[in-house]
Design a protein around this ligand. Structure first.
Ligand SMILES: C[S@@+](CC[C@H](N)C(=O)[O-])C[C@H]1O[C@@H](n2cnc3c(N)ncnc32)[C@H](O)[C@@H]1O
Length: 338
């Protein structure tokens, strides 16, 4: 049986894409600003841990209750020593899911490495079946890569092995609601194993909030799209059937109380500078007292993540950020639904 704790590890800050809605913000916004609030991410990698600090911590994971790691970022697969890190995780018996924009999957050495290390799954982000839409919101920093390279990466991965599970994650905004079903169909055609539509989470002060955030008036369209998705009978695993209700709840209420939340109990979030939070929710991060802040820097995994005890706590800070955590803790299931 897998050990109880899941880490969402935002490993490195740099990314080869500059997604306009990204919760890291954009490099252009952060350039020239020497400091940023605690917990706020940035693709400028000013505070990322050094590789030896990352490795020192990773080598201690095998002696901890951590059983699963989602390796994200930034883009984890453009970090040169990524395969060495993944090797340490796999040798520690950990289930590893790499969250990637998919473009590096077309690099032979990366794909061969993932396959030979026995990585459990890759979750690839793709927002649309329309290349122009996808590349408008997820532009590559080199001005050349995009949708086509993502699809090539998925195809190459599927071609390389049937064992590595492949998932597609789409960010759903007011502008692409019908893609909830269309990307799922594409994912099925490409031979993927699972699909997760994730509602965009933007602070109300974000410059794209008005344009992109789902509103109460969008609920009927979203409900219709989810109903079609779950009725389509595609050979893909979807999030738990309660997921659409959670998405709708996050649109109807800015916050609410979640009973028995796994955040800080069996889920923890690590930022590129090594800071550890209960979960990635910006509300929860803001509410964390200074005395409760932890870092993986210079610490072993068992010190930071002891065996979970007692009951999960309720959290009054439910928001859109939380909705995207549920599919992670469902455990992006191993079996297909259809
Ligand atoms: C920040 S990326 C990092 C991993 C990898 N580079 C990728 O593109 O998947 C992790 C996931 O968060 C999603 N994401 C980024 N900003 C978001 C936002 N504001 N709301 C919802 N999802 C977001 C991305 O589309 C991606 O699926």
């Amino acid at each position: 049986m897998r050990k109880p704790i899941t880490l969402l590890w935002s490993l490195r800050s740099p990314c080869n894409l500059g997604c306009r809605y990204c919760y890291f913000g954009t490099i252009e916004e952060h350039r020239g600003r020497p400091t940023r609030p605690v917990g706020q991410l940035s693709h400028l990698s000013r505070d990322d841990l050094k590789a030896d600090e990352v490795f020192a911590f990773a080598r201690t994971l095998g002696h901890s209750p951590v059983g699963r790691v989602y390796v994200a970022g930034g883009e984890p697969l453009i970090w040169p020593p990524i395969l060495d890190l993944l090797k340490i995780l796999k040798e520690a018996g950990i289930e590893v899911v790499v969250c990637t924009n998919g473009i590096p999957l077309a690099r032979k050495e990366i794909l061969t490495g993932l396959v030979s290390l026995g990585i459990d799954a890759v979750s690839v982000s793709l927002d649309s079946t329309d290349p122009a839409y996808n590349d408008l919101w997820r532009p590559a920093r080199n001005g050349a890569d995009g949708w086509t390279q993502v699809i090539n990466g998925i195809r190459a991965t599927r071609h390389a092995t049937p064992r590595l599970r492949i998932g597609v994650y789409s960010v759903i905004t007011r502008c692409n609601i019908p893609q909830v079903v269309q990307v799922a169909r594409l994912a099925a055609d490409l031979g993927c194993d699972y699909y997760v539509p994730q509602p965009v989470a933007l602070d109300t002060t974000h410059r794209l909030h008005k344009e992109l955030s789902l509103r109460v008036s969008d609920i009927p369209t979203i409900q219709e799209a989810f109903a079609e998705l779950y009725a389509a009978g595609l050979p893909l695993t979807l999030p738990h059937p309660g997921f659409p209700t959670q998405v709708i709840a996050s649109i109807s209420h800015a916050t609410a109380t979640v009973q028995n939340c796994f955040g800080g109990h069996t889920l923890h979030f690590i930022q590129p500078d090594g800071t550890v939070w209960d979960c990635p929710s910006s509300l929860r991060i803001a509410a964390t007292p200074e005395g409760r802040r932890k870092t993986i820097k210079g610490h072993s995994a068992i010190e930071i993540f002891p065996e979970p005890r007692g009951c999960r706590a309720s959290c009054a800070l439910f928001s859109r950020d939380c909705v995207n955590m549920w599919p992670l803790m469902d455990g992006v299931p191993l079996e297909r639904a259809a």
